[in-house]
Design a protein around this ligand. Structure first.
Ligand SMILES: [Zn+2]
Length: 130
Protein backbone atom coordinates (compact mmCIF):
# COMPACT_ATOMS: atom_id res chain seq x y z
CA UNK A 1 0.00 0.00 0.00
CA UNK A 2 1.13 3.55 -0.64
CA UNK A 3 3.03 5.02 2.32
CA UNK A 4 1.03 8.23 2.23
CA UNK A 5 -2.25 6.33 2.48
CA UNK A 6 -0.86 4.23 5.36
CA UNK A 7 0.20 7.40 7.16
CA UNK A 8 -3.25 8.89 6.60
CA UNK A 9 -4.96 5.77 7.93
CA UNK A 10 -2.71 5.62 10.98
CA UNK A 11 -3.29 9.30 11.57
CA UNK A 12 -7.03 8.78 11.30
CA UNK A 13 -6.94 5.82 13.70
CA UNK A 14 -4.90 7.83 16.19
CA UNK A 15 -7.28 10.74 15.77
CA UNK A 16 -10.31 8.51 16.39
CA UNK A 17 -8.65 7.01 19.47
CA UNK A 18 -7.86 10.47 20.83
CA UNK A 19 -11.42 11.56 20.20
CA UNK A 20 -12.75 8.45 21.98
CA UNK A 21 -10.45 9.13 24.95
CA UNK A 22 -11.54 12.75 25.03
CA UNK A 23 -15.18 11.64 25.03
CA UNK A 24 -14.49 9.24 27.90
CA UNK A 25 -12.71 11.97 29.85
CA UNK A 26 -15.52 14.36 28.99
CA UNK A 27 -18.06 11.83 30.23
CA UNK A 28 -16.18 11.30 33.49
CA UNK A 29 -15.75 15.01 33.93
CA UNK A 30 -19.48 15.56 33.38
CA UNK A 31 -20.26 12.82 35.88
CA UNK A 32 -17.96 14.31 38.51
CA UNK A 33 -19.38 17.75 37.81
CA UNK A 34 -22.87 16.35 38.33
CA UNK A 35 -21.91 14.67 41.60
CA UNK A 36 -20.25 17.83 42.83
CA UNK A 37 -23.04 20.24 41.96
CA UNK A 38 -26.00 17.87 42.28
CA UNK A 39 -27.33 19.15 38.95
CA UNK A 40 -26.69 17.50 35.59
CA UNK A 41 -24.85 19.45 32.88
CA UNK A 42 -26.72 20.74 29.83
CA UNK A 43 -27.38 17.82 27.42
CA UNK A 44 -26.76 20.16 24.47
CA UNK A 45 -23.47 21.85 25.38
CA UNK A 46 -22.36 20.26 28.69
CA UNK A 47 -22.43 23.61 30.46
CA UNK A 48 -23.29 23.65 34.14
CA UNK A 49 -26.94 24.25 34.96
CA UNK A 50 -27.59 26.41 38.00
CA UNK A 51 -30.45 24.31 39.36
CA UNK A 52 -32.94 21.54 38.66
CA UNK A 53 -35.90 22.62 36.57
CA UNK A 54 -34.41 25.42 34.47
CA UNK A 55 -36.12 25.37 31.07
CA UNK A 56 -33.41 27.05 28.98
CA UNK A 57 -29.63 26.57 29.13
CA UNK A 58 -27.90 29.85 29.94
CA UNK A 59 -24.87 28.79 27.88
CA UNK A 60 -26.39 27.63 24.58
CA UNK A 61 -29.97 28.92 24.96
CA UNK A 62 -31.43 25.52 23.99
CA UNK A 63 -34.64 24.22 25.58
CA UNK A 64 -34.39 21.64 28.37
CA UNK A 65 -36.86 19.11 29.71
CA UNK A 66 -36.77 17.43 33.12
CA UNK A 67 -37.96 14.24 34.71
CA UNK A 68 -37.55 14.99 38.41
CA UNK A 69 -33.77 15.48 38.69
CA UNK A 70 -32.78 14.20 35.22
CA UNK A 71 -32.35 16.71 32.40
CA UNK A 72 -32.70 16.00 28.68
CA UNK A 73 -33.37 17.51 25.31
CA UNK A 74 -36.99 18.05 24.23
CA UNK A 75 -38.45 14.70 23.11
CA UNK A 76 -36.29 12.68 25.53
CA UNK A 77 -38.90 12.39 28.28
CA UNK A 78 -38.90 8.59 28.15
CA UNK A 79 -35.11 8.37 28.25
CA UNK A 80 -35.02 10.81 31.17
CA UNK A 81 -37.54 8.76 33.10
CA UNK A 82 -35.55 5.59 32.40
CA UNK A 83 -32.35 7.30 33.55
CA UNK A 84 -34.05 8.52 36.71
CA UNK A 85 -35.33 5.04 37.48
CA UNK A 86 -31.88 3.58 36.86
CA UNK A 87 -30.31 6.15 39.21
CA UNK A 88 -32.92 5.31 41.82
CA UNK A 89 -32.20 1.59 41.48
CA UNK A 90 -28.45 2.24 41.77
CA UNK A 91 -28.99 4.38 44.85
CA UNK A 92 -31.09 1.60 46.38
CA UNK A 93 -28.31 -0.93 45.73
CA UNK A 94 -25.73 1.43 47.27
CA UNK A 95 -27.91 1.94 50.33
CA UNK A 96 -28.41 -1.80 50.75
CA UNK A 97 -24.65 -2.35 50.57
CA UNK A 98 -24.06 0.33 53.20
CA UNK A 99 -26.66 -1.25 55.47
CA UNK A 100 -24.97 -4.62 55.05
CA UNK A 101 -21.58 -3.13 55.98
CA UNK A 102 -23.19 -1.47 58.99
CA UNK A 103 -24.62 -4.79 60.16
CA UNK A 104 -21.15 -6.36 60.02
CA UNK A 105 -19.24 -3.41 61.49
CA UNK A 106 -21.59 -2.62 64.38
CA UNK A 107 -20.93 -5.83 66.41
CA UNK A 108 -17.18 -5.28 66.06
CA UNK A 109 -17.52 -1.70 67.27
CA UNK A 110 -19.61 -2.85 70.24
CA UNK A 111 -17.18 -5.64 71.17
CA UNK A 112 -14.23 -3.23 70.91
CA UNK A 113 -16.07 -0.70 73.06
CA UNK A 114 -16.84 -3.31 75.74
CA UNK A 115 -13.20 -4.45 75.72
CA UNK A 116 -11.95 -0.87 76.11
CA UNK A 117 -14.35 -0.23 79.01
CA UNK A 118 -13.33 -3.54 80.62
CA UNK A 119 -9.64 -2.59 80.18
CA UNK A 120 -10.16 0.88 81.74
CA UNK A 121 -12.08 -0.60 84.68
CA UNK A 122 -9.32 -3.16 85.13
CA UNK A 123 -6.70 -0.38 85.06
CA UNK A 124 -8.53 1.68 87.69
CA UNK A 125 -9.37 -1.20 89.98
CA UNK A 126 -6.13 -3.03 89.39
CA UNK A 127 -5.84 -6.02 87.14
CA UNK A 128 -7.71 -9.04 88.48
CA UNK A 129 -5.35 -11.79 89.52
CA UNK A 130 -5.64 -14.67 87.14
ZN1 LIG B 1 -26.36 24.28 26.95
Amino acid sequence: MDDDIMDDMQGLAAHNQRRQQNQNIEGLRAELERERSGVAPCPHCGGGLPQIGVSVCKHCRNDLIWYKTVVGKPGQQKACRATYQRLLAEAAVRKKKQEKVGKIVLPFVLVTFVLIVWYLVALIKGLPSL
